[in-house]
Design a protein around this ligand. Structure first.
Ligand SMILES: *Cc1c(COP(=O)(O)O)cnc(C)c1O
Length: 568
């Protein structure tokens, strides 16, 4: 039996006859306990070494060093912020910033009518519509701001005819709830058909799917599915997943909800695709899921899904392809004759769907380029066995056997009817045509930036509908370009790391592309000639990563923003 090095005093005591006789048996037990304690100690050390080794291997020495640095500096900053003198200053600044956020969102003043309690008597439809008119005009007609098309994403179709179709479907099925398929059989059928149509678009053979309330729910549910699959099939209790830095925040959200460790790996600065070598190094026996986007939100590029598919097959793990944004654009690039690029080696689309054998699930947002009503998305799996890990079943609930596919219990059947109606109304030809006009518009924007705005560069080689641009000119801050675009009425997205601005082209942007290009050229000139060094985009996206205090303060402001959403 191995005696641990730290038990010497114990064996000395054991040598005396008295001890041998009286306390011997007791101490023998204690000695055994001691060994057990040491064993436990080495076990714990071993576990943590393995964890540290895997962490280092996944993220690399440099990133881990940076993480440690950030952790320590944020700790120090937090200490400094606790000093009464600094705290006062920071609190004053923060208070002002929070008030700014609130004032931008919440209408104030004695003229604003507020409805803070139920009316005694119910109101008429005329009164309700009038009150809505009033609210719209009180808020400076802001509700109509999207109609001029000067925005990135947000509203994907907005056509009057389509709106009529959605409202008709909604009108008809407004009380329906797919939780009761026996009461609303048509809704059940429509949901199954929407899923089937999407599976076909993404070339699934024996696929299965569900509808959710949006891209985020699709992603969060897929993360849950892989967690439960890995626990049941592989016995993994400390799951980890690997995502590209360009993946949507919904993956982090899902991992945070489900208690999964995330390795976020940087993308190649030129191609904007995740580095496959790093993905391979980050895989360990606890890995449950790889993620790739087609296309990603920040810069509209696609990851090397074929490469990820090979890794997923080799290590027998899941691969989720996020086509939330790609939705009804990427499956139509090939039939539109645009997947081969522009004929000059640019804008090519590589394989991304279930035809790649390692792809195990795909999320596709009907409420983006599917033009369906907001609150709908489709989550597809390679097979029904995998989908079953998404379900929640409680056979012994007091209220009866409870089974639901996703997070929600009751769901709006009207949205399913609206989605089904939109898909029928547009059809393959309609989606093909939208894909063509939207993607060609995005390519005009990217081409123009490349050929005639020398201060800017396009991030990667985006094959579909999103174009992001950064600055390669030392005197042009691209976030200031974004601010200058805001002054010209554009609602674009600012990106961090690297600083960039993006536009997701929609049906509404197609007719205003010339205006966009003219404004962009002007905005670059303005940012170059009169750099202000500040502005909304600079303040928000510039601060986020660049200083130790950044994330903490931005986090606090973001919380204040969410709070002010609920100020009546
Ligand atoms: C929009 C988007 C999502 C999330 O979708 P929501 O519908 O906003 O929840 C996920 N991934 C990508 C790439 C997206 O663009």
């Amino acid at each position: 039996m191995a005696v641990p090095a730290n038990s010497k005093p114990l064996s000395l005591i054991l040598a005396t006859p008295y001890v041998k006789e009286v306390l011997g048996p007791l101490l023998a037990i204690l000695a055994k306990l001691d060994i057990a304690k040491s064993a436990l100690f080495y076990y714990v050390v071993g576990i943590y070494s393995l964890k540290a080794y895997r962490h280092l291997r996944a993220r690399g020495v440099v990133t881990t060093g940076k993480e440690v640095y950030t952790y320590v500096s944020q700790f120090v900053i937090r200490l400094i912020l606790k000093l009464p003198s600094t705290r006062k200053k920071v609190e004053a600044q923060m208070g002002k910033a929070k008030l700014d956020v609130e004032n931008k969102l919440v209408p104030k003043g004695p003229d604003v009518t507020r409805h803070l309690a139920l009316p005694d008597e119910g109101k008429s439809i005329e009164w309700i519509l009038e009150e809505m008119d009033k609210m719209d005009s009180e808020l400076n007609g802001k509700t109509g701001v999207w109609k001029d098309g000067k925005l990135s994403g947000a509203v994907y179709h907005g056509g009057v005819d389509l709106q009529k179709i959605i409202v008709a479907a909604y009108d008809r099925y407004c009380v329906s709830n797919p939780l009761h398929p026996d009461v609303f059989p048509a809704i059940r059928k429509m949901e199954a058909e929407i899923v089937a149509m999407c599976l076909k678009l993404y070339h699934a053979q024996d696929g299965a799917g569900v509808m959710t309330s949006g891209g985020t729910e699709s992603i969060v549910m897929s993360v849950k599915t892989y967690r439960d699959w890995a626990r049941k099939v592989k016995g993994i209790t400390e799951p980890e997943m690997i995502i590209p830095a360009s993946a949507h925040a919904a993956f982090d959200k899902g991992a945070a909800y489900m208690g999964i460790k995330v390795h976020t790996l940087p993308v190649d600065p030129y191609t904007r695709k995740v580095d496959l070598k790093r993905v391979r190094r980050a895989i360990n026996p606890n890995t449950i899921l790889l993620v790739g986007s087609c296309i990603n939100f920040p810069d509209g590029n696609q990851d090397d899904i074929a490469g990820l598919s090979e890794l997923a097959l080799k290590y027998k793990i899941g691969l989720h392809v996020d086509c939330c944004l790609g939705s009804f654009i990427v499956p139509f690039l090939e039939p539109a004759g645009l997947s081969g690029g522009d004929g000059k080696g640019k804008y090519k689309l590589a394989p991304f769907d279930f035809r790649l054998p390692g792809v195990t699930s795909i999320s596709c947002d009907t409420h983006k380029y599917g033009f369906a009503p907001k609150g709908t998305s489709v989550l597809m799996y390679r097979n029904a066995e995998l989908r079953a890990h998404q379900y929640y079943v409680n056979p012994s609930w007091t209220g009866g056997v409870y089974a639901s596919p996703g997070l929600a219990g009751s769901r709006p059947g009207a949205l399913i009817a609206g989605t089904w109606a939109v898909m029928q109304a547009i059809g393959s030809k309609g989606y093909l045509e939208s894909c063509r006009s939207i993607v060609l518009t995005a390519r005009i924007i990217a081409d123009t930036i490349r050929s005639s705005i020398p201060e800017l560069y396009v991030l990667g080689d985006p094959p579909a509908s999103v174009v992001a641009f950064g600055s390669k000119h030392p005197n042009v801050n691209v976030l200031e370009v974004g601010d200058a675009m805001s002054k010209r009425g554009w609602h674009l997205n600012g990106l961090a790391d690297p600083a960039a601005v993006h536009i997701a082209v929609t049906r509404l942007t197609v007719p205003v592309v010339d205006q966009f290009i003219a404004d962009l050229k002007d905005a670059v000139k303005e940012a170059k000639l009169a750099p202000s060094g500040e502005g909304t985009m600079v303040a928000l996206y510039g601060l986020g990563n660049s200083s130790a205090v950044g994330p903490e303060m931005v986090g606090e402001l973001a919380t204040a923003f969410l709070d002010s959403l609920y100020k009546a």
